[in-house]
Design a protein around this ligand. Structure first.
Ligand SMILES: Cc1cc2nc3c(=O)[nH]c(=O)nc-3n(C[C@H](O)[C@H](O)[C@H](O)COP(=O)(O)OP(=O)(O)OC[C@H]3O[C@@H](n4cnc5c(N)ncnc54)[C@H](O)[C@@H]3O)c2cc1C
Length: 427
């Protein structure tokens, strides 16, 4: 925010300042690196309305397209991190007069002055979705590794008795952990695809009103994809270590790396709290809960269809989903009603609300998958094992993950007092 951009007579700008945490801000993988940099021009308005966006290359480009002079942007250090160690995170100095162009990195304005934050959010919104997908990917990888190890590692007799020690996948608690991992990775992936489909409709539908509605639905889903999938990925990677026992804690198996790598996902591109603030404010309260309630109506429809089914698994999933939808609806009512009178109380529950929405959407998508698998089985599908597993995974999620929705609702609606009771100096 303090970086400065001074206009030059030739239409370029001279940029000075420091930027921290710049992913791939410096590396040896390419001859040139092009930075997109936010900076303030001398007469810019105060605050975020006075930020402009610039393109600043490490090496300037000559008229004939060849690489030219070294620009005045330098890497001061590469951070030492908990995880993602193959991703260089740079501290960059602009305007230290170290290049071949005199003091100030030479940059070109992108678009118009003072609209930099708006332009940056085009990238940020896409990046938030993509970081959610990183969460899905790490969770899936952690699950696959844990499932393979659980079939290999032999330890202890079976609880019901066995001739000798058995592969740990035979122990009920290892099954519990694997189902916890598998069901959440599967649910989060389905939620992300559901959101992505709305992004496609928002871009390509011929009807402008349908495009607008689809964009609103997609935007409602983005903080869920980002916030919930990434928080989930940490829990899943942690369970993956637990499945490996002692082997999980040492580096050799790679299970620990998933955990360390997942830990950044809830932080960069906006922490979970920032996603939750967006979800409560812009994505729920601003439209009076309209998009949230439209989604809840669809969730209730799926729940009612399943609850009426003869198959025990589908009916049970339907009942759990109905309860989850009720919890979601109660919190939307609370957020909309209390936003003006008790804003601190509402924001005290913002992250739990995001989590609640994540698990209800996850349960919904798995329920839809279970219904589709039941249809496929009814039609005599060749891939029985796949469809049986889809229904079982949805049932696990409904009984073990979706059931948290009611508790989260109670914490959000009744629990703000405890969050906010102490004064800052009592901590
Ligand atoms: C490895 C790595 C790579 C990164 N790559 C890039 C990059 O390429 N480009 C780039 O621009 N940035 C990058 N970042 C920066 C990253 O996006 C920020 O670190 C992140 O958004 C958090 O901001 P912060 O560090 O200022 O934390 P802070 O804002 O100081 O947050 C500290 C705590 O306070 C909470 N908090 C802060 N404000 C609020 C609020 N309003 N409501 C509730 N809680 C709040 C946060 O949730 C968090 O728990 C990277 C960071 C890391 C660690």
């Amino acid at each position: 925010m303090r970086s400065r951009a001074v206009p030059q007579t030739d239409g370029t700008y001279r940029i000075s300042g420091q930027k921290v945490y710049i992913t791939y801000g410096e590396h040896d993988l390419a001859d040139n690196i092009v930075h997109l940099v936010l900076a303030r021009t001398p007469d810019a308005p105060e605050g975020v309305k006075g930020i402009s966006l610039f393109v600043v290359p490490k090496r300037l480009i000559n008229e004939d397209g060849t690489l030219g002079k070294r620009n005045d942007v330098y890497c001061a250090s590469i951070e030492h991190k908990l995880g993602i160690k193959a991703s260089p995170t740079a501290v960059l100095l602009f305007g230290d007069d170290k290049g071949e162009v005199g003091p100030g990195a030479i940059g070109q304005l992108v678009g118009e002055e003072n609209r930099g934050l708006e332009y940056m959010f085009i990238m940020m919104n896409a990046a938030r979705f993509q970081v959610g997908m990183q969460g899905v990917a790490i969770a899936e990888r952690a699950y696959q590794k844990a499932a393979a190890y659980a079939k290999e590692r032999v330890q202890s007799r079976a609880v019901e008795g066995s001739a000798g020690p058995v592969p740990i996948i035979e122990h009920p608690d290892v099954r519990r952990m694997l189902m916890f991992m598998r069901s959440q990775a599967e649910a989060a992936r389905a939620v992300a695809y559901f959101a992505a489909a709305w992004a496609d409709i928002a871009h390509y539908h011929p009807d402008a009103e349908k495009r607008r509605q689809a964009a609103a639905t997609y935007e409602h889903m983005v903080p869920i994809v980002k916030g919930w999938s990434t928080e989930m990925s940490i829990d899943v990677a942690s369970a993956g270590i637990q499945v490996h026992g002692g082997m999980g804690y040492i580096e050799e198996t790679g299970a620990a790396q998933f955990y360390r790598d997942a830990r950044i996902l809830t932080i960069y591109e906006g922490t979970t709290a920032i996603q939750a603030n967006d979800f409560v404010g812009r994505k729920t309260a601003r439209d009076g809960g309209a998009v949230a309630r439209a989604l809840i109506a669809q969730i209730r429809q799926t729940a009612a269809e399943l609850a009426g089914r003869a198959e025990g698994d589908l009916a049970a999933i339907g009942r759990r989903l109905a309860a989850g939808a009720d919890a979601y609806a109660d919190v939307v009512d609370y957020v909309v009603a209390q936003m003006k009178t008790d804003i601190r109380g509402v924001f005290a529950g913002s992250v739990p609300y995001l989590k609640l929405a994540g698990i209800v959407h996850g349960g919904w998508q798995l329920a839809r998958g279970a219904a589709a698998s039941a249809r496929a089985l009814g039609a005599g599908s060749d891939d029985r094992s796949f469809h049986v597993a889809k229904i079982a995974t949805a049932r696990y999620f409904a009984d073990h993950v979706l059931t948290a929705a009611g508790g989260l609702r109670d914490s959000i609606v009744d629990g703000a007092t405890g969050v906010l009771a102490l004064s800052a100096d009592q901590f």
